[in-house]
Design a protein around this ligand. Structure first.
Ligand code: NAI
Length: 498
């Protein structure tokens, strides 16, 4: 197929559910005439009515004019037979997520539409290669994966199966751009980009919950401190544990039960118990209340005469230096630039930035009685910062007071490798690195996909730059050494020399 120009082409959307009508809206907004078909009687007409209602609220809020709404709606035509759409140049399928149903729809469509009509699927988890199997022209089948809600979410993954023509993928890439979206190329592999790379965001917190290392509200607080809009537990409660568990399970199964993607027993129990999150009134939290507040009362105050020593160099050490200068004002602190660890020493207590090792191990290897390990520094001011202490309650109290003095909200968790944020970020980086290794996407594609598809504050390769390859590898290796299994195996892409 030569490069196709789909701009202004008539479009058929099949499936008038939540995604289909959103896709129809976006296409019509960009000037396309859009036909909408659904196998349920009246579903397409009803979906258009509902769209009209929701657009009317935008007019009431002065976000759209009446004329713009009328023009948009005039471009959307519900049809009752697929044959009414034989002339279209593009079909976007958004029907039930079932391989055999999608396959038979595409076979039916092939008998109706012209030979150059592009057949796009909005599947979120099925193989584009498999959907195209059995078609006369499988090269015209491509994934056009939108995110929910379609009018608001900027990302479209353009997914190529084994037989997808590059020109077809490019025409969809260009079209998504014309519709105001950011398109990212992906190869058809389980979870594509976003649903695959995002797995550890949930999985690491679920693993920490399973070993009782922290409470849901603590995990949410520190990951929000890292810049995520929502913590993993509140987000799973919002998505619904049934949906989130299904996606994890499908990625696990599609990867031939690679233990790296093993679903969580903690989540399965919530699903089994019907505690699906907000929609059932209870998940990790009870609603409408949501997460309980943390008791952050400090039990220890630092003496004014305390001696402060800053250890190490690099971005994190420099952040600590600024925080320390803010706290100490005109008083000075000493700094050991050549130290082999990054952190702070106060009153003989060392607080180390995590390199993946638990505090007890750091203490043992350094020959110290007590050591505190703290997490990746927060990205937001007053952000929560997890720490763990190998030592006395007094040491933990000092650590808490030190972190508080530096402007962070200390959250004590169990002494676990890579604590919470460093562990989660390292695993997101690791998954993204494997996706790049396997040709699923480029590093730039992964960054854009995670920022636009799930609103991450940064892309995995931005975090890799920020944390540095050495520390990401150290955290992953420490996790691998502790848990010994497939889950934390380090991507060969990360092990290569830069
Ligand atoms: P939905 O259940 O809201 O809508 C599906 C619609 O397809 C229904 O109206 C149904 O009557 C219709 N339908 C079913 N079989 C049909 C057939 N053979 N021919 C014509 N119409 C048929 O589902 P939703 O959420 O809109 O999902 C649609 C597709 O989009 C699925 O493949 C899903 O995986 C994918 N997707 C969903 C996202 C979401 O957040 N809901 C996000 C991204 C992709």
């Amino acid at each position: 197929m030569n490069t196709l120009n789909l701009h202004q082409a008539p479009v058929l959307v099949v499936g008038a559910g939540i995604m289909g009508i959103g896709i129809a809206q976006v296409a019509a907004q960009s000037g396309h005439h859009v036909l909408v078909y659904d196998s349920r009687d009246e579903a397409a007409a009803l979906a258009k009515l509902k769209l009209a209602e929701s657009l009317a609220t935008l007019v009431a809020k002065n976000k759209m004019t009446t004329e713009a709404v009328q023009t948009l709606l005039s471009r959307i035509t519900p049809v009752t037979h697929l044959r009414d759409a034989a002339h279209v140049s593009l079909v976007v399928e958004a029907i039930v997520e079932n391989l055999s149903v999608k396959r038979s729809l595409f076979q039916e469509l092939e008998a109706l539409v012209g030979e150059h009509c592009v057949l796009a699927t909005n599947t979120s988890s099925l193989s584009v290669t498999a959907i195209a199997n059995g078609l006369k022209y499988p090269s015209r089948v491509v994934g056009m994966h939108f995110f929910n809600p379609v009018p608001l979410m900027k990302l479209v993954e353009v997914v190529s199966g084994l037989q997808t023509d590059a020109a077809v993928a490019q025409s969809i890439f260009d079209l998504a751009g014309a519709w105001g979206k950011t398109a990212v190329y992906a190869r058809s592999t389980p979870g594509f980009i976003v649903n695959r790379i995002a797995r550890p965001f949930y999985a690491e917190s679920l693993a920490l919950l399973q070993e009782q290392a922290a409470r849901p509200e603590q995990l949410d607080l520190v990951l929000r401190g890292a810049g995520f809009r929502m913590g993993p537990c509140e987000l799973m409660d919002l998505i619904g544990h049934d949906t989130n568990f299904l996606v994890t399970q499908s990625v696990f199964e599609a990867n031939f039960f690679d233990r790296r993607f093993t679903p969580s027993l903690v989540q399965r129990e919530l699903v089994d118990g019907g505690l699906l999150g907000r929609k059932t009134g209870r998940g990790f939290y009870s609603y409408p209340g949501g997460a309980p507040a943390l008791d952050d009362s400090l039990t220890f105050t630092l003496p004014a005469t305390a001696q402060w020593v800053l250890h190490g160099s690099g971005v994190v050490a420099d952040c600590l230096a600024s925080a320390l200068s803010r706290y100490l004002g005109s008083k000075t602190h000493s700094r050991v630039l050549g130290s082999n660890w990054i952190g702070i020493e106060v009153e003989d207590l060392q607080l180390h930035l995590t390199d993946g090792r638990p505090a007890w191990q750091v203490a043992k290897e350094a020959g110290l009685k007590e050591v505190v390990v703290f997490d990746e520094l927060p990205a937001v001011s007053d952000g929560a910062l997890a720490f763990a202490c190998a030592g006395s309650e007094a040491a933990s109290g000092i650590a808490s007071a030190v972190l508080h003095a530096l402007g962070y909200a200390p959250v004590r968790v169990s002494d676990t490798p890579g604590l919470v944020v460093a562990r989660t970020l390292a695993m997101l980086v690791n998954e993204a690195a494997d996706a790049v290794l396997q040709g699923v996407c480029t590093p730039e594609g992964a960054n854009a996909a995670m920022k636009l598809g799930v609103n991450y504050p940064a892309g995995p390769f931005d975090w890799l730059d920020r944390m540095g390859r050495t520390r990401v590898l150290a955290v992953l290796n420490a996790l691998d050494a502790c848990y010994r299994g497939e889950r934390y195996r380090v991507s060969p892409w990360l092990q290569r020399p830069v």
